[in-house]
Ligand binder design. Structure first.
Ligand code: 4AD
Ligand code: MG
Length: 506
């Protein structure tokens, strides 16, 4: 049996049943050999532990249990469910047999009893124990909520008739055009022989490449990708969007959900070098359809967690964010505030927002029209001005990617694109999306205006050349969403193995 199933069974039905249950000891209290021992057994199926009562007289292998090292040791118990002595839980297990599966040396085991039970260890310490930290309540609660969120995503899109498409991890295109891609280098030949030496371009080859292709950027001394596995530079994807658009322009409504990679040198609590993204793409759809879908989606997944992870949310309320449940209920019940980037800039420039009460500037960067809003502006808007999620639309074209649909010039003659970002309290940007430029001429012009190579995007332009359709989509940062529903302050604690500048533990 799992601990969760035992604790969730109605106690009247459960009492008297014989069960076999396995797990790790969160605590072992005993007065020593020849007496009683109380084990709090946790198997990760739920936040609570099952109290197991063992006695020298009635439990086979009692001495091994007492000598197993306590916190962190692993066991199988067979026994009878009984009504507890103290009414903290509805049921406890009276063990007939204990089988010690694994002992621990308490002097070496890095997690303490308090660390196991609550968030007694600092999150920084736990990050150094990446292989053991899932045994703490904090990280186990996150893992269960993360699992529930992943199911909620597939559930939502299946109910809406979207098809799940697997986009590649290895790619040749830089979707966001930010130049933050991680290169994939594989080497032909024997790995051992080539270890540490990437093939480089010789002076002779540089001449030949320049003759073959006047646009080539390969110079003497560069890594020679033509000798590499794909015969051209390959990277880890920053977004599945461009690939998923091809399937949207055939299957209509689709989504992709997988890991994405960015070589951003960002040491913040909201950035990872490897993170997960959910990217739906809607066909025959406008920016408004895209925003409506994103709002429904966030509400559905939030509601799903409230319903299916109630005990974990209780834990987070106690240990990470007071009032978490109310904040989430509010997200589910309240329409998201929608306004344009230009309106947001006007609001930020009102004297009461621009200056703090003592007259000093509130923002490090002045919120002038045209800037890429920083998290200070984003968080101020959703935390202080609107007190809830905010959708900003129609950003300046200059700060957005090439594929976004262009608007008519505004009254001031400025070019904006049909982009949307969803900003949420505590985090800032949770979603980034847009209507896609479906007009071939405008797209081609934008590609050249942005100094991108047209030949790299000819396949993408084909989608506009042959049966183009209005379409739109967005990307939701999955790890940021897990932060949003758990109240966890740092993104490094919501993903099992965080990767960020300088850190890639096993
Ligand atoms: O705004 P972004 O860059 O949008 C795209 O990649 C589009 N191609 C998506 C699309 O339209 N299909 O990223 C989308 C979201 C952000 O809003 C943020 O939540 C998350 O991905 N994100 C990150 N999360 C963690 N660490 C990082 N380094 C992130 N960069 C972006
Ligand atoms: Mg963005």
């Amino acid at each position: 049996s799992r601990v969760k199933d035992i604790l969730e069974t109605d106690s009247k039905t459960a009492v008297g049943k014989t069960v076999s249950v396995c797990g790790w000891a969160r605590t072992v209290r005993s007065a020593g050999k020849g007496s009683l021992a109380f084990v709090e057994l946790n198997d990760g199926s739920c936040q609570a532990s099952l109290q197991v009562v063992c006695s020298a007289q009635d439990t086979t292998n009692f001495d091994q249990l007492v000598g197993a090292g306590g916190v962190g040791s692993s066991h199988r118990f067979v026994g009878t469910l009984v009504a507890p002595q103290r009414a903290e839980q509805a049921i406890e297990l009276k063990a007939d047999i204990v089988e010690v599966l694994g002992t621990v040396d308490p002097k070496e085991y890095p997690l303490s009893k308090t660390g196991n039970k609550s968030a007694g260890h600092s999150v920084e310490f736990l990050r150094e124990q990446a292989h053991l930290r899932a045994r703490t309540n904090l990280i186990a609660c996150v893992a269960r909520v993360r699992n529930a969120c992943a199911f909620a995503i597939h559930d939502f899109f299946r109910l809406q008739g979207f098809q799940y498409v697997h986009t590649p991890i290895i790619t040749a295109s830089d979707c966001e055009g930010a130049g933050e891609m991680m290169a994939v280098t594989t080497m032909l030949g024997k790995a051992e022989e080539n270890k540490g030496k990437l093939p480089t371009v010789t002076a002779e080859l540089a001449k030949k490449y320049a003759l073959d292709d006047p646009n080539t950027k390969l110079k003497e001394g560069d890594v020679d990708y033509t000798k590499d596995f794909f015969s051209k530079p390959a990277f880890l994807t920053v977004s599945g969007q461009l690939n998923v658009e091809t399937y949207a322009c055939a299957l209509s409504d689709v989504y992709t959900f997988g890991p994405t990679f960015r070589a951003e040198n960002s040491h913040t609590s909201r950035h990872l070098a490897e993170f997960w993204m959910v990217e739906p793409e809607l066909c025959f759809a406008s920016l408004k359809d895209d925003i409506d879908l994103a709002e429904d989606f966030i509400k559905y997944c939030t509601q799903y967690v409230l319903k299916n992870c109630a005990a974990d949310i209780d834990y987070f309320e106690k240990h990470t964010e007071e009032g978490l449940r109310d904040r989430l209920l509010n997200v589910v019940d309240t329409p998201f505030k929608r306004l344009s980037y230009t309106e947001a800039i006007e609001i930020l420039n009102k004297p009461e927002h621009l200056k703090t009460e003592d007259g000093s500037a509130r923002f490090e960067e002045h919120p002038a029209w045209g800037i890429d809003l920083g998290s200070e502006h984003e968080r101020y808007l959703c935390e202080k001005v609107f007190k809830g999620p905010v959708v900003l639309t129609d950003y300046p074209a200059d700060i957005k990617a090439f594929y976004m649909r262009q608007n008519e010039l505004d009254k001031e003659g400025r070019l904006t694109v049909q982009a949307m970002d969803i900003l949420v309290p505590r985090i800032g940007e949770l979603v980034g999306g847009s209507a896609r430029e479906e007009r071939l001429g405008l797209l081609e012009k934008r590609i050249t205006d942005m100094n991108l190579k047209p030949e790299d995007f000819s396949w993408y332009c084909d989608l506009r050349r042959f049966g183009t359709v209005p379409h739109a989509g967005f990307g939701l940062g999955f790890d940021r969403f897990v932060m949003f529903v758990t109240g966890i302050a740092n993104i490094r604690d919501v993903i099992p193995f965080p990767r960020y500048p300088g850190v890639c533990a096993f």
